[in-house]
Design a protein around this ligand. Structure first.
Ligand SMILES: Cc1cc2nc3c(=O)[nH]c(=O)nc-3n(C[C@H](O)[C@H](O)[C@H](O)COP(=O)(O)OP(=O)(O)OC[C@H]3O[C@@H](n4cnc5c(N)ncnc54)[C@H](O)[C@@H]3O)c2cc1C
Length: 280
C-alpha cells in the first residue's frame, strides 16, 4: 500500500526517533500549521543512543522557541543547570581549567578581554567569567530578586536525561498532530531529479512525501545509504574511541557544571542530574 501525499497539504517525513528526530518533530509541529503540513515520524523503536546528557546553550533557544516553561521541562527531564565545564588534571596533576559559557570579562574599547589577558596572564582566563564564579558557588543561572545577566543572555544550558527529553518532545509533537509510525525503514526510492520520493517500511507500506529529514543516527539511511553522501572517517585522529556510560546515585548538593577528569588511559565525565549522576 502506498500512502500518497495530497496536493493541497505538504507532507514531511522524519526518519528516526532519537533526540534529533523528536527535536525536529517538536520544532516543525510548533512552527507549521497542521492544516498546511502533515508531519510523520517513522522509527523502529528503542534503538536510540540516549546517553547524551550534557547540553550547550542552544538548548535554551530550543525551549524559548517552543515556548515551554523551564521548570516543567527540568522536572520532566530530570534536568539540572549547567554553566560550564571543569577540566581537572588535563594539563598537569592538581590543576584545573574551565570552559565557562558566555563571555569572560567586560569589553575594553569595544574589544574582547582576551587579547588584553594574553599580554598579562596573571590569573586564569576563566577567573574573569561570571559563569565560572557562579558555578564554583553552585549557583543557578537565575536570580530570584533581579534579572540575572546569565539568564538574560541565555548563556547557560542543562544536564538532562536524554531518553526523558526524547519522550517529553515526543508527547509535545504528538499533541501538535505529529503521526508516529513504529516500523523499520528498509530502503528509499528516489525520483528523476535524485531526490527522495518515498520510503519503504518493513511492514510492507510505502510512504511518499514532499520532504524527508534523516534523523536515523549512525545508520544514515537517507543521507548516506540513499543519497550517497560521503562519510569522512576521522577515527585515525581520535585518541579515545570507546566509552562506557554508567549511572550512579545523585548527590545531595547538585553542582551547576560538568566535571571532566583526565586519566592516564582516557578521561571520565561526571554529569549531575536531579536524581542520579551520569558517569563515563
Ligand atoms: C558515550 C556517549 C556520550 C555522549 N554524551 C553526550 C553528551 O553529553 N551531550 C550530547 O549532546 N551528546 C552526547 N552524545 C552524543 C549523543 O548521544 C548523540 O549525538 C545523539 O544521541 C544522537 O541522536 P540521534 O537522534 O541523531 O540518533 P540516535 O539516538 O542514534 O537515534 C536514531 C534513531 O533512528 C532510528 N532508526 C535508525 N535506522 C532506522 C531505520 N532504518 N528505520 C527506522 N528507524 C531507524 C533509531 O531507532 C533511533 O530512533 C554522546 C554519545 C555517546 C555514545
Amino acid at each position: 500500500m502506498q500512502k500518497q501525499s495530497s496536493t493541497s497539504k505538504r507532507h514531511v517525513v522524519i526518519v528516526g526517533g532519537g533526540s534529533a528526530g523528536w527535536m525536529t518533530a517538536a520544532l516543525l509541529s510548533h512552527q507549521l500549521s497542521a492544516q498546511d503540513c502533515e508531519i510523520t515520524l517513522i522509527a523502529d523503536n528503542d534503538s536510540a543512543i540516549g546517553v547524551g546528557e550534557a547540553t550547550i546553550p542552544s538548548i535554551v533557544r530550543l525551549l524559548k522557541t517552543l515556548r515551554v516553561d523551564e521548570a516543567e521541562f527540568m522536572q520532566a527531564c530530570d534536568a539540572t543547570w549547567k554553566l560550564g565545564i571543569q577540566f581537572v588534571d588535563w594539563l598537569k596533576p592538581e590543576h584545573d581549567y574551565w570552559h565557562p559559557f558566555g563571555v569572560s570579562g567586560a569589553r575594553i574599547d569595544g574589544r574582547d578581554l582576551f587579547p588584553y589577558w594574553l599580554m598579562n596572564q596573571q590569573r586564569p582566563y576563566h577567573a574573569y567569567s561570571l559563569h565560572w564564579a557562579a558555578a564554583i558557588a553552585g549557583k543557578s543561572p537565575h536570580s530570584t530578586t533581579a534579572r540575572s545577566p546569565i539568564g538574560a543572555t541565555e548563556s547557560y544550558a542543562f544536564h538532562l536525561n536524554a531518553n526523558k527529553l526524547a519522550t517529553w518532545l515526543q508527547q509535545r509533537a504528538i499533541n501538535k498532530g505529529v503521526q508516529q509510525i513504529s516500523s523499520r525503514v528498509t530502503n528509499a526510492t528516489v525520483n528523476e531529479t535524485g531526490d527522495v520520493a518515498s520510503v519503504k517500511l518493513s511492514n510492507g507500506n510505502e510512504i511518499a512525501a514532499d520532504f524527508f529529514i534523516d534523523c536515523s543516527g549512525f545508520e544514515s539511511l537517507l543521507l548516506k545509504q540513499t543519497m550517497h553522501d560521503e562519510w569522512i572517517d576521522w577515527s585515525n585522529n581520535l585518541l579515545c574511541d570507546k566509552a562506557v556510560a554508567v549511572k550512579a546515585p545523585g548527590k545531595k548538593v547538585v553542582p551547576s557544571h560538568t566535571r571532566s577528569l583526565a586519566l592516564s588511559g582516557g578521561w571520565t565525565w561526571e554529569i549531575p542530574l536531579q536524581t542520579q549522576r551520569g558517569l563515563g
